[in-house]
Ligand binder design. Structure first.
Ligand code: LLP
Length: 456
């Protein structure tokens, strides 16, 4: 059997010190590194046939390459060996993923009591968990304190006294303050969180961050350990992080001068871009890490401030490239000169195209076709014209009902944002590694949905 690589990541480019990698030419693949073409038009991932997975688990199904997740976790650790790497669980979380994160030595970022309780069913030490949220519920805070999460990130004035009053003592709860550095970055306006005028963080420029810090310092049950910021998501160059480092280090120095405290932690959040389409800019962890580390040392030297311990919170960068969504074609239709290929999933398992105009590539698997390729629109099965999964993708002209389509770069913010729209049930998640598959999350069935419907 001749196996042809469909997507090994391009090698990292050497980078001069203090400069970002020449990322556009790095052209990272959109497939997991283990993906190879197999006979009969098939593709294997983690040594397992995608066609076979579609047969065995049905469609739609999400496939997660465990080796890719672990390799990406390690790449982050190598990129920033002195930093804490905290996986952002909102990208996708289930119990097996908590185990992988724990085994790879990463921390975990959670933003609800639910994510935290799920993590607590496994062996990850609570002191490696960071809790976020612009509006934490009483339940979120109670759970965080009961389970002993390491750090809670304060995101509003209102939660300072509320949290302090609940800390059982005698030890103080470690907290960070999420500051708003006033930086515009991110792949879409809905996922830009570093600029003024949106719901996250406390503005440095308007004095809100300093005001919150003063209040926290007045609470003996809270121990302020550092600053946090999260600029946004799908940020395709290291520069905004360097800018954030400069602003935050200068703010740390100001806090030291005014309040006499030297905060020892700096958390830059996540947001590191991945490639959804071949050629999309997606710097490597090493490229982001180098730029951040260089700037941190430079800025601290300039302010005479000791280099704080750095934390980053990659979610998408670890999980998206490890996932492949599998669908089966239900119908093929021509309308107004366009070809619509409709599949058995759609915006209920992947709302990203409808929400952010996200673009994907699609490949037919499991049938070799000699037909010419033509531009096709892949749509979902849901009752909206906006339920489009991928526009203008190249598929063979003879694509027909029953064919299996694979969508790479599907590991983050798809299953975790899946909805119950049209009562189709959320898809299963299957892990592949070393030639074997394992069901992680089973398909949501009608009986699951009926169990919640108690009003009869
Ligand atoms: N840290 C914090 C505080 C965050 O809010 C997030 C993401 C992350 C880390 C991880 O960001 P990442 O490395 O995954 O970009 N649903 C959107 C993305 C929303 C991101 C929300 N916060 C999407 O599908 O593009």
């Amino acid at each position: 059997m001749t196996a042809v690589s469909v997507g090994r990541a391009a090698p990292e480019l050497p980078t001069p010190p203090g400069r970002a990698a020449a990322w556009p030419s790095a052209s990272p693949s959109v497939w997991p590194a283990s993906a190879v073409s197999a006979p009969g038009g098939d593709v294997t991932v983690g040594g397992v046939s995608l066609t076979g997975l579609a047969e065995r688990y049905g469609t739609p199904t999400y496939v997660l390459d465990e080796g890719e997740v672990r390799a990406r976790a390690r790449a982050w650790q190598r990129a920033l060996p002195d930093a804490e790497i905290v996986y952002a669980g909102k990208a996708f979380l289930c119990r097996a993923v908590v185990d992988w994160v724990e085994e790879e030595g990463l921390g975990l970022d959670v933003c609800s009591a639910g994510e935290l309780e799920l993590a607590a069913t496994r062996g990850i030490p609570p002191d490696r968990i960071v809790m976020h949220g612009n509006a934490k519920s009483p339940e979120d805070l109670r759970t965080a304190l009961r389970l002993g999460v390491g750090r809670i990130v304060i995101d509003s004035d209102c939660e300072i006294a509320r949290l302090a009053a609940q800390v059982p003592g005698p030890d103080a709860q470690q907290v960070m303050v999420r500051v708003l550095p006033g930086i515009e970055a991110g792949g879409h306006e809905k996922i830009r969180t570093g600029a003024e005028g949106q719901k996250f963080g406390l503005s440095i420029a308007e004095g809100d961050a300093e005001h919150a810090i003063a209040r926290i310092l007045g609470q003996p049950r809270l121990e302020l350990v550092g600053l946090h910021c999260h600029l946004g998501s799908q940020i395709a160059t290291p520069e905004p992080y360097a800018q954030a480092v400069r602003r935050l280090v200068s703010f740390l120095a100001r806090i030291r001068d005014r309040y006499g405290i030297t905060l020892g932690e700096l958390d830059l959040g996540g947001g590191f871009a991945v490639a959804y389409l071949p050629g999309d800019p997606a710097p490597t962890p090493a490229a982001y890490g180098r730029r951040i580390d260089d700037e941190l040392r430079y800025a601290c030297h300039g302010s005479g401030f000791p280099v704080p311990r750095l934390t980053v919170e990659p979610g998408r960068s670890i999980m998206a490239p490890a996932g492949v969504a599998l669908y089966r074609v239900l119908s093929v239709k021509r309308s107004a000169g366009r070809v619509f290929v409709a599949v058995d999933g759609g915006m209920s398992d992947n709302p990203r195209p409808a929400l952010y105009g996200a673009r994907y590539t699609v490949r037919m698997v499991g049938r070799a076709s000699a037909a010419p390729m033509r531009a096709t629109t892949v749509v979902g099965r849901h009752c909206e014209a906006g339920d489009v999964l991928a526009k203008s993708v190249e598929l063979p002209e003879d694509v027909r009902p029953g064919d299996v389509l694979a969508v790479p770069a599907s590991g983050a913010y798809q299953v975790s944002m899946a909805s119950g729209y049209n009562t189709t049930g959320r898809p299963p998640v299957v892990a592949v590694t070393e030639g074997r598959s394992r069901l992680l999350v089973r398909r949501e069935r009608l009986e699951d949905l009926l169990r919640r419907d108690v009003g009869v």
